[in-house]
Design a protein around this ligand. Structure first.
Ligand SMILES: [Zn+2]
Ligand SMILES: [Zn+2]
Length: 271
């Protein structure tokens, strides 16, 4: 089975955990949610697994076919990487100590053999330490990348079930991280500019609008937010920050403006 890439819509990307999109190179997580139809990462609460996008329960934690929860993606690599770096640092420290001692002994006994031993120890120890450290660094980076991609995927999928946008608080709930951390990730995605931009509504609420996150239909009982009509608060052109608005976005804003007009008309009639 295959799916369209959640970021660039390239097709086909093979299903599976951590498979890279051949086009945009984002790692893909999560199999298809039967409720919202998205390849969204999952999350665990009380030993039950839920869809990060629509909150639909996917089954027990021990159940078959359940994918790695979002809080765990990249963690084994990150921990392994850190452990390897610590080990590498330790090897270098021990090597330094041994080389110093053997060199001192070589000098005091005027021993060429001990001198050679110091050189051999120094060479092998530093190479081993360096390789461990570099490998650990790489592993840690892989983990960080996997975590970033899974989080980004979860945010896009979640935006689709919430009218196409997220606030930092929404994102924090989806990713199970602090609001500041969620906000930083959203800001980074918005800065890259291809997938989202920032809008501030009239109440001063900062919203991250995802360009390709046209709302998907989610049954009202599981939709985790009230904006099921998909109608957004109108945004004054001057407050739109960031990337140019595409046609879909322009059409959407047109609808929003008309909706606002309708509301005003109704209010004037006293309805
Ligand atoms: Zn892609
Ligand atoms: Zn879902």
């Amino acid at each position: 089975m295959a799916h369209a890439c959640y970021v660039c819509s390239f097709y086909p990307v093979p299903d599976g955990e951590g498979i890279e999109c051949p086009h945009c190179h984002r790692l893909q997580y999560g199999n298809k949610c039967p409720k919202c139809g998205q390849n969204a990462p999952t999350r665990v609460r009380d030993f039950r697994v839920y869809c990060t996008a629509c909150n639909h329960e996917r089954g027990a934690l021990s159940g078959g076919g359940i994918t790695m929860p979002i809080s765990m993606v990249g963690k084994p690599s990150q921990f392994g990487g850190i452990a390897s770096k610590i080990l590498g640092t330790g090897v270098i420290a021990v090597t330094l100590l041994l080389v110093t001692l053997v060199t001192l002994a070589a000098v005091s006994f005027s021993s060429a053999i001990l001198g050679a031993l110091a050189v051999i120890l120094g060479t092998f120890g530093s190479v081993a330490g360096f390789l461990l450290f570099r490998g650990g660094n790489k592993l840690e980076q892989q983990g960080t990348r996997a975590q970033h991609d899974a989080r980004e995927q979860a945010l896009i999928a979640a935006a689709r079930t919430r009218g196409g946008f997220l606030t930092a608080a929404d994102a924090a709930g989806v990713l199970e991280v602090q609001v500041a951390e969620a906000d930083a990730l959203l800001t980074q995605i918005a800065k890259e500019g291809q997938r989202a931009h920032v809008e501030v509504d009239r109440d001063g609420v900062v919203k991250y609008v995802f360009h390709d996150a046209a709302p998907v239909h989610v049954a009202a009982t599981t939709a985790a937010q009230p904006n099921v009509t998909g109608v957004r608060v109108d945004v004054d052109a001057a407050t739109v920050v960031g990337q140019p608005i595409d046609h879909k976005e322009a059409a959407r804003q047109q609808v929003d403006r008309e909706f606002e007009e309708l509301k005003k008309t109704r209010a004037a009639k006293g309805e």
